[in-house]
Design a protein around this ligand. Structure first.
Ligand code: C5P
Length: 286
């Protein structure tokens, strides 16, 4: 099963929960960049991880999330967690693309079949207990995340998009970025009320540009200054409709009307910054 990377088309911090977590309003969409997970019944719990990108060479966090959802679900069902899990990693780690969360969500969905679970309720409960993006990843379709990320609202209908993802080959750990955000004492943003539908990539991007932002951008740049270089480089690409940081970074994205413009953007970035990780993707076309 493919576990698709998400991007946050916008991310507003709207308040603070009693447990210290931040309240969010974020429109999330899924890209064609994916990890690949397969699971088979086995005589004990096994997890095998392979992958190619430098940013995914250390998988301890993903490893933990996959193991943790498996063990929690088995515990809930009163059975042994005896499955053989194989993960092929492509999504950069701690990259703002929700790779670990996508892996955890795909694991839950695969185990649902293997262990004959009828409803999604227990999957959502376990997902919500482990991380802010996992519930959204169970949907694998555009959604609006609210509350600390676990409350899911229907997203506006958005058109298929073309994107370019760029990471300066640094990690931008989520807890540190939120801590830097909290220390900046920025005023909170509002929840966005979206129209029911966007008819074109241009219409969606014009709306996002006029009404929304990623409130974690400045904080992420203080943790990983290279993010500022990526955002400047993306801003200079001709024909890009919008460029922005995803989640808590360090991956940034640019959106385009067509695949040719995304590919030209990729070539420009690779020429100027051969050391950056970059990837063209389709968005909302899974
Ligand atoms: O849920 P996740 O593992 O992505 O969160 C990592 C850390 O980011 C949390 O421990 C918390 O410090 C911060 N965070 C937050 N508010 C959120 C999500 C994450 O403060 N809504």
């Amino acid at each position: 099963m493919l576990a698709n990377a998400k991007i946050n088309l916008h991310l507003h911090i709207t308040g603070r929960a009693e447990n210290g977590y931040h309240l969010l309003d974020s429109l999330v969409a899924f890209t064609s960049l994916s990890d690949d997970i397969s699971i088979e019944p086995s005589d004990k719990f096994k997890l095998n991880i392979s992958g190619s990108t430098s940013l995914s060479s250390v998988c301890s966090e993903q490893d933990n999330l996959i193991s943790r959802v498996t063990h929690l679900l088995a515990q809930h069902l009163g059975i042994a967690p005896h499955v053989d899990i194989r993960l092929l990693k492509n999504i950069p780690l701690a990259g703002g693309l929700g790779g670990g969360s996508a892996d955890a969500a795909a694991t839950l969905l695969l185990l649902k079949d293997i262990w004959h679970i009828k409803s999604n309720d227990i999957l959502e409960k376990i997902a919500a207990s482990l991380g802010s993006d996992i519930v959204a990843c169970l949907y694998n379709d555009p959604v609006i995340m609210r509350d600390t990320g676990n409350k899911i609202l229907t997203a506006p209908r958005i058109p298929p998009l073309h994107g370019l993802l760029v990471n300066p080959n640094v990690q931008s750990p989520t807890p540190e970025v939120y801590k830097a955000y909290a220390q900046s004492n920025r005023p909170f943003s509002d929840n966005i009320v979206f129209p029911e539908q966007f008819h074109s990539a241009m219409e969606l991007c014009a709306f996002l540009k006029a009404h929304t932002r990623n409130d974690l951008t400045d904080a992420a740049i203080t943790i990983a200054p290279e993010i500022g270089i990526v955002l400047n480089a993306l801003d200079q690409i001709p024909n890009k409709l919008l460029s922005r940081l995803s989640g808590s970074g360090a991956t940034c994205f640019a959106l385009f009307e067509n695949a040719g413009d995304a590919q030209s953007g990729y070539e420009l970035i690779k020429k100027a910054h051969p050391d950056f990780w970059a990837k063209t993707v389709t968005i909302n076309q899974i």
